[in-house]
Design a protein around this ligand. Structure first.
Ligand SMILES: C[S@@+](CC[C@H](N)C(=O)[O-])C[C@H]1O[C@@H](n2cnc3c(N)ncnc32)[C@H](O)[C@@H]1O
Length: 270
């Protein structure tokens, strides 16, 4: 386990369930949230299909799948035990929850019909090994559907956030901690990563609009990996600096116009 994975595991042990509050309320007209969009990619799955949610966190997507596909057999995998405890509280016994690393799954080869993953795949270290392992557990032709991060905070608010965060990180002398493989940051990179084991690779860019007040903006950022690494005093200084930097962008109703750039990836096991 490398430093980035140790950080992620520690973060999710301490702070389970941070993703659904940030993303379940945002979406695209007629398509619902990013969780709904991922669930919709499984519409053609046969009744009784075995579905695996990789990096399932607190089980928000599994809960949606359980309601939408009542006959499906559901498995969630996550390396954080506290995320899985939260998932167990949310879900019925129908879902099998496994505390495992995606790089080394205990599932039998060819036993899964579809793998879904919401905002987790791009964070997984040794991504080539993860994609090989997903391919191993998928039945031939089985489906991989993942929503991954593409752009952290869209537009000018994102630029200003980055400037202010970089200054704060310097103040705390934070060592760089790359959580995402450079290849998992572009469509070309994903295509390269998927080429070995997958075919019919398709991408769709999803821009989810978000109109928070400054306080809502700050509260949501407080749940992110970046701010978690800052010292508390640096964090409160950063809040004032960010408020000053963002102030000119606030609209007359007191909200900011920004969003999250996501990428929907769909492929089949070769
Ligand atoms: C940003 S959260 C997303 C959680 C959930 N999919 C959602 O969107 O609500 C990323 C999740 O991936 C898990 N994770 C990251 N790397 C992993 C790995 N290598 N193996 C298993 N789980 C991993 C983390 O523990 C965390 O629960």
């Amino acid at each position: 386990m490398n430093r980035a994975e140790r950080f992620l595991q520690d973060f999710h042990q301490r702070r389970p369930g941070t993703t659904p509050p940030a993303f379940s309320g945002l979406g695209l007209p007629g398509r619902g949230s990013s969780y709904d969009m991922l669930a919709a990619t499984l519409a053609a799955a046969r009744p009784g299909a075995q579905l695996l949610d990789l990096g399932c966190g607190d089980g928000f997507l599994l809960d949606l799948l359980a309601r939408q596909y009542p006959e499906a057999r559901l498995i969630g995998v996550d390396m954080s035990t506290t995320e899985l405890q939260a998932a167990r509280r949310r879900l019925t016994e129908r879902c099998v929850l496994l505390n495992e690393r995606a790089q080394s799954l205990s599932l039998a080869s060819g036993s899964v019909d579809a793998v879904v993953s919401h905002l987790a795949l791009m964070l997984m270290s040794d991504i080539e090994q993860v994609l090989a392992e997903v391919h191993r557990v998928l039945a031939q032709g089985g489906q991989l559907s993942a929503i991954v991060g593409r752009s952290f905070l869209l537009g000018e608010p994102g630029q200003r956030y980055l400037q202010v965060f970089r200054a704060a990180a310097q103040r705390d002398r934070l060592a760089p901690l790359p959580l995402v493989d450079p290849r998992a940051q572009s469509q070309d990179g994903w295509r390269q990563l998927l080429a070995r084991h997958y075919r019919d690779v398709q991408f769709e860019e999803l821009d989810l609009e978000w109109r928070p007040s400054f306080e809502e903006f700050w509260d949501a950022l407080g749940q992110t990996y970046d701010l978690d690494r800052l010292k508390p005093a640096t964090c409160s200084l950063m809040k004032d600096e960010l408020h000053r930097a963002i102030q000119p962008l606030l609209r007359t109703d007191g909200t900011l116009l920004t969003g999250w750039g996501l990428l929907l990836i769909q492929a089949n096991a070769a």
